[in-house]
Design a protein around this ligand. Structure first.
Ligand code: 9MJ
Length: 677
């Protein structure tokens, strides 16, 4: 063999090895969600392969991982006829409809109970992938179900779509169907970069996926963060005798399958799954608009067959829509705890996100301008999960004669004080401070709230009466309220008055961090309150600190330092603190100041979805003396793994680091007298 031949043979061997390694890493990352190596190592392998292929262009093959983006922009998309039509799904919106479906299925099969495969319903673009001898040959959109478009060049750029199947035993021709979608993190990151560069942003993840696939230049598609989940197999006689087994097989061949998929029994199992996914919805890394149930057994599917263009054996059970259209009656202005004026849309009642909504936030004046929202407009209202409903956009086509533009009032609508808007800030504020009854009411509500002083029984209506009736001017006055005084108020009886006075008594020994949070200092949330309490140990030291001393506290920057400093220079605030002391409040020094916490010396890592905010888990751990780190190493003491924990959990298990779930974490907190919620 000549020297050149030997070099080429060596290059070929290394190329084969690199491709296999890269494919393995892709599989671990996209299918198993459990990467073996850091991104940098993966990038290094890709670079080495690209360099070798550049030196030996004759060794490049179309299914090499370097060849995802290829060719010049196309003129248009060629039409593709689907050998097996791509069907749509029948929809259901209620439990009754799901029960009807199950009844029809059982009737059709003459059986008592049916096993269903249940999976999330992604809202993206349906796609058919054809593999021939394990190689991706073609990708086609659904189109009208009979004919779609050939978007192979674009789909090849999606990293989670394998160009070659893993393992073996696949049929000569395999057609896999599934959904192309844009994960939320990618959608947000893309928009952040685009908007910083002054480029057009993507409207929502669904449109983004559809628009990205319809690009004539595959390089543009490649720049969009798309992903793929497989959810059915066409043309696969004898592949597997159930849907769930077919999905398992696809996963082994390297196709990503949704990890939330389950098999369930009967309508009851379906409905429980629906409820579970609805709870999980906000924590999933992609948008879903419902769940899909499919009769799992293939023979049973064939028995049931099809009606018009949908299978009788499948049902899409949609979640309540998160966006609806209604009429905006008027725009009011609400005053918050810190005096922030928030424009609020009063709406004609509309059922959205599972509840009737009559008010939605418009955020601030600039947002109203940007969206050009006017009284009388038809607007799109969004309510997602527990998030406050908001006005997303105006349907300008439906505007009949425009109302005047909204202007922020120059005087506070509640107390009449001047409204100020600092240059460069989006928020306008009432300058009335605690003179303003609205600010007073909100600060009392905040003081009593669960994560602050946790005073039960001090609801909105009661606070309203206390402030309007001049019984309470500041939070300190709460501690002077007597049972008889409270019992005389509307909707209060002796018993609830007594309970509230007891609650107030009980709240007189708060931890310093809770009290700091309860005082409602601007920009001081629970975590910052915890840091301040630990750093200074007592209130007097904190009150005496200058801005420089404050910025020495972990997590405290100049803005927070400024607000904290200003708060303790305001005579009214000092008066309230003295009055609280006179009323008998004694705050407790933070645990660390009293000695090292029970978890001192431990390093914890949080991963996966927890039912409490991450920050809360973190501050609870810190209050017990633990440190919280971002990545798992041999030095990690414990990994707290929430739902859908992925690579960090795997790494911990690999290193033999203790992994606990949320339930165990809550038990540990309880042992140390802490409550998570
Ligand atoms: C979505 N969109 O997530 C199906 N789908 O099955 C799932 N769509 C489907 N299955 C047969 N999970 C036709 C459509």
């Amino acid at each position: 063999m000549s020297g050149a031949d030997t070099r080429q043979a060596a290059a070929q061997a290394r190329i084969t090895e690199l491709r296999a390694q890269i494919e393995q890493h892709n599989y671990r990352y996209h299918v198993l969600d459990d990467p073996l190596v850091p991104d940098a190592e993966f990038d290094r392998l890709m670079r080495e392969l690209a360099e070798l292929e550049a030196e030996h262009p004759e060794l490049v093959t179309p299914d090499s991982p370097t060849q995802r983006v290829g060719g010049a922009p196309a003129e248009g998309f060629e039409e593709v006829r689907h050998a097996v039509p791509m069907l749509s799904l029948a929809n259901a919106f209620s439990a009754d409809e799901v029960q009807d479906f199950d009844r029809r299925v059982r009737g059709g099969l003459e059986t008592e109970s049916v096993i269903y495969a249940a999976e999330p319903k992604l809202d993206g673009v349906a796609i058919a992938l054809t593999y021939e001898n394990g190689r991706l040959l073609r990708a086609a959109t659904r189109g009208d179900g009979q004919r779609g478009e050939n978007v192979t060049a674009n789909v090849r750029t999606i990293p989670s779509v394998p160009l070659r199947l893993r393992g073996g035993g696949w049929p000569h021709r395999l057609e896999v169907r599934g959904e192309i979608y844009m994960p939320l993190a990618g959608f947000r990151a893309y928009n952040e970069t685009a908007s910083a560069a002054g480029e057009k942003t993507l409207v929502n993840p669904r449109n983004a996926a559809a628009g990205s696939l319809r690009q004539l230049d595959p390089a543009v598609t490649a720049s969009r963060p798309l992903a793929f989940f497989a959810y059915s197999v066409a043309l696969a006689d004898g592949l597997a005798d159930s849907h769930s087994a077919a999905m398992k097989q696809l996963r082994e061949w390297g196709l990503p399958v949704n990890p939330e998929a389950r098999t369930v029994q009967g309508a009851e199992g379906c409905l429980a799954y629906h409820a579970e996914l609805q709870r999980k919805r906000e924590r999933l890394p992609y948008e879903i608009d419902g769940v899909v149930y499919k009769v799992d057994d293939r023979t049973q599917q064939d028995t049931l067959g099809y009606v018009s263009r949908a299978p009788r054996w499948a049902l899409a059970h949609k979640f309540p829509a998160q966006e609806e259209v209604t009429r905006l009656v008027s725009i009011d202005v609400q005053v918050g705890r810190t005096g922030a004026l928030t424009p609020v849309a009063r709406l004609e009642p509309v059922f959205v996100g599972g509840v009737t909504v009559t008010n939605a936030t418009l955020h601030n004046e600039d947002e109203i301008r940007r969206k050009d929202v006017r009284a009388g407009d038809w607007v799109v209202v969004r309510r997602a999960g527990d998030v406050i409903p908001e006005v997303v956009s105006v349907i300008l086509e439906r505007r009949e004669g425009a109302s005047p533009e909204f202007v922020m009032p120059v005087a506070c609508p509640v107390c009449g004080s001047a409204v100020e808007r600092i240059e460069g800030e989006a928020v306008a504020r009432c300058s009335g401070g605690l003179f303003c009854p609205a600010q007073r009411k909100q600060s009392i509500r905040h003081f009593a709230s669960r994560h602050a002083m946790d005073i039960e029984g001090l609801g909105d209506k009661l606070v309203e009466q206390l402030v309007d009736g001049e019984l309470v001017h500041s939070v300190a006055d709460l501690y002077r309220l007597g049972v008889e005084q409270l019992a005389a108020l509307e909707r209060m009886g002796q018993k609830s008055a007594r309970n509230l006075v007891d609650e107030l008594q009980r709240s007189k020994r708060p931890e310093l961090a809770r009290l700091l949070y309860a005082l409602g200092i601007r920009e001081v949330g629970e975590v910052t309150a915890g840091s301040l309490a630990r750093h200074f140990g007592d209130l007097e030291a904190l009150m005496a600190a200058d801005e420089e001393a404050l910025t020495a506290v972990p997590d405290v920057g100049p803005v927070v330092a400024h607000h904290v400093h200003a708060f303790f220079r305001e005579p009214h605030n000092l008066e309230v603190i003295r009055a609280l002391q006179q009323a008998g409040l004694e705050w407790q020094a933070p645990r660390e100041a009293a000695g090292p916490g029970p978890l001192a010396g431990q390093t914890w890592v949080l991963t996966g979805a927890l039912s409490m905010p991450r920050m809360r888990a973190r501050s609870l751990l810190e209050s017990l003396g633990a440190k919280v780190a971002g990545s798992v190493s041999r030095k990690t003491s414990v990994v707290l793994a929430g739902e859908a924990a992925g690579s960090k959990r795997a790494r911990a298990e690999q290193l033999g680091v203790e992994v606990i779930d949320e339930e165990a974490f809550r038990r540990l907190l309880a042992e140390h007298g802490l409550q998570a919620d």
